[in-house]
Design a protein around this ligand. Structure first.
Ligand SMILES: Nc1ncnc2c1ncn2[C@@H]1O[C@H](COP(=O)(O)OP(=O)(O)OP(=O)(O)O)[C@@H](O)[C@H]1O
Length: 255
């Protein structure tokens, strides 16, 4: 029997290099059972790399990643990952794509997962006839069907239009409140991070530059409190960008 509730995560002094290029250095992070954490940062800062290490899809160069106090060894049975691309198999009907996520292959469980994302009526359709948002919902259903305790989301809403994106955010929040799994969401969208997360982690220069608790009630409104948190994060991202731009300009003019 798997344990109920979310997975607890401890990251201790994790470093990751590709060849001689260091991407992550000295990452320390504790995530509580059932916490919703968003990871933001400029393009290429190492967000996806960190997520892949936690998913067990890649190995840290040094340091430790503990899931429920156990050192990670490959993909944990209670972890599911959702990527920006839906990764559905085009030759399988939606219900059969969701069944891939069920260990026993049980069709009932797959059907229930499709119900949870509001797409049970599309069970016998092919992924090709769905909209982009619907395909992402089927991919989410496939992840849910595995009854995850840790859900890793790597920009899963990045390719969706603004309205569908907000609907998906609400669906993810509602499922998280119901099921109490732990969530790590990598996103470029600061507003999305503030809308969903208990904590926002900002990565810069391969380190944690900011670890901000979002102390706003749910469901979140776009009010002055929301704008306050958005500004803290955006200011931090932009200050860094201004610094980089100034540095590049200074180098170009040999200042
Ligand atoms: N398998 C790999 N081999 C070599 N370099 C890699 C590999 N994976 C990632 N990198 C490098 O590591 C750095 C961080 O990449 P990563 O994808 O984690 O960034 P990111 O913050 O998720 O970026 P984005 O927001 O653009 O998706 C980049 O410079 C990238 O080129």
């Amino acid at each position: 029997m798997s344990k109920a509730g979310g997975i607890q995560l401890h990251i201790r002094n994790v470093n990751k290099s590709f060849g001689t290029t260091s991407v992550l250095s000295g990452i320390d992070l504790n995530i509580k059972q059932g916490e919703f954490v968003a990871i933001v940062g400029r393009s290429g800062c190492g967000k996806s790399t960190l997520l892949r290490l936690i998913a067990g899809l890649d190995e840290a160069t040094s340091g430790a990643i503990l899931l429920d106090a156990q050192g990670i060894q490959g993909i944990h049975k209670d972890t599911r990952v959702l990527f920006q691309e839906h990764r559905l198999l085009p030759w399988k009907k939606n219900i059969d794509n969701v069944r891939i996520g069920v260990k026993s292959g049980d069709k009932e469980i797959a059907y229930k997962a499709l119900q949870q994302v509001g797409l049970e009526h599309k069970k016998d359709d092919w992924p090709a006839v769905l909209s982009g948002g619907q395909r992402q919902r089927v991919a989410l259903a496939r992840a849910l069907a595995g009854n995850p305790r840790l859900l890793l989301l790597d920009e899963p809403l990045g390719a969706l239009d603004a309205l569908t994106r907000i609907e998906m955010q609400q669906l993810i929040e509602q499922l998280w409140l119901e099921k109490q799994f732990t969530v790590l969401l990598v996103t470029h969208d600061v507003s999305e991070a503030v809308a969903l997360a208990d904590r926002v982690i900002l990565i810069e220069d391969g380190k944690i530059g900011l670890d901000l608790k979002i102390s706003l009630a749910r469901p979140r409104e776009h009010d002055s409190g929301f704008a306050y948190f958005e500004k803290i994060i955006l200011d931090r991202l932009l200050v860094k960008q201004h610094y980089e731009t100034a540095k590049t300009a200074a180098e170009a003019f040999s200042i």
